[in-house]
Every structure is written in C-alpha cells, then in structure tokens.
Design a protein. Sequence first.
Length: 222
Amino acid sequence: MIIAIDGPGASGKGTLARRLAAAFDLAYLDTGLIYRAVAAKVLEAGAIPTDAEAACAAARALAFADLARPGLRQENIGQAASIIAAIPSVRAALLDLQRRFAAHPPEGKKGAILDGRDIGTVVCPQADIKLFVSASPEARAGRRHKELLDRGEPSIYARVVQEMEARDARDSARDAAPLKSAPGAFVLDTSEMDADAAFEAAKRIVSAYRPPSPAHGPQGEG
Ligand code: DC
C-alpha cells in the first residue's frame, strides 16, 4: 500500500504521516527532509540556493544517510530548500530515490507513506490513498511559532507569518511540481483539529480503503 500525503508547512502532515505509518506498519519518508538535506549541502559548499548547477550536483550525490544530519529543521534551511525545490533539474534528480522508496519500502514493510508537496501529483500518482492536509495560515503560523519556542529557538510571530507566506507562495507558484491537491485526494482541513483528531480522521480513511478488485477494472467489465 502506498499513501501519498501532501500539504503546506505546519499543516500537521508530518505528525499525521508518522502516526499512520506506525499504526499501519508502513515505512515513512519525509520528502521535505530530502530537499532540506540538498539545501544544507549547497550552503555548506558556500554556494547560494539559486545556483542550479551546485544544487543539482548535491541532489545527485544525495544518500539516505544524509537525511539524518542534525540541523535540517532550521528555518534558514527550510527557506533554502524551498528555493532549491523550484529548480526542475533538482526535482528530476530526486525523483528516482523517492519512487524507489515507495516501490521497495525498507525493513520488509509492506507499504510506504511519503509526505511532501508533490507526492500525489508527481512522485506517486498511482498511490492507493492520497491525502491533502491543509490548515488556515493563522493556524499553521501559530503551530510553527509554538514549535520553535518549544524547541528553545527564538521566534517572533509576525516573522513566522512572513516567512510562511514567502514559502507558501514559492512552493505553490513554481512551474515545477507546485504544491496542489492531487485528483482524487481526500482533503483534510486541520485548522480546528488537534493531532489526535487529525489522526483519527485519517485513520478512518485508510481503514475504509479497499484495493480495487481486478474484476471491476475496465478489462473485467461485461
Ligand atoms: O516540508 P518541509 O518544510 O520540510 O519542506 C521544505 C521545502 O522543500 C518546502 O518548502 C518545499 C520543498 N519540498 C518540495 O518542493 N517537495 C516535496 N515533496 C517536499 C518538500
């Protein structure tokens, strides 16, 4: 089983994906971390995030072990990741890695959950279940602000709103695989939900899923 979860930052999709993966014994890949790891490599090499050549080289050299690097969740890495993610050659270089994870989940798992911005639309358009997790900008900014404070990082709410708007605009307006709900995706608005409520709602969707029977496909009709 492949579950594709897309949505903007701080929509709650990461927590949801992790909990669903544990509940249904599926492998989990946070694809945002992939773009963040590429961004970290580019910055470390002294290049700027708009340098397509440097970003593409970093993307091609990326290994799964790079996703465990500390510091990838920092806001400056997130902004750089968002800039790098708009470069088509970078996205192309990262596609195979993500699709391989979905097709051959590690640790003998019988399926995978991938979350990101283009999983249902580009990476796994054939996913069994697609979820688009959204929340109002206010709810998301409030969550991100709290998350930063909880991590002991300084945070100014107005600045969080500003950075979130910039990232949303970039991720949604780019030509290459922009953030959008995939056809057939279940839309989950978590503005008024806590993590438990979002998990329960998603769990109901996944539990109700039945693979299409071959007899009901186009070949089997009549
Ligand atoms: O989900 P995140 O905040 O960790 O993602 C960081 C950036 O990476 C995000 O602003 C856009 C980009 N990204 C992407 O373009 N496609 C994905 N599938 C995942 C993330």
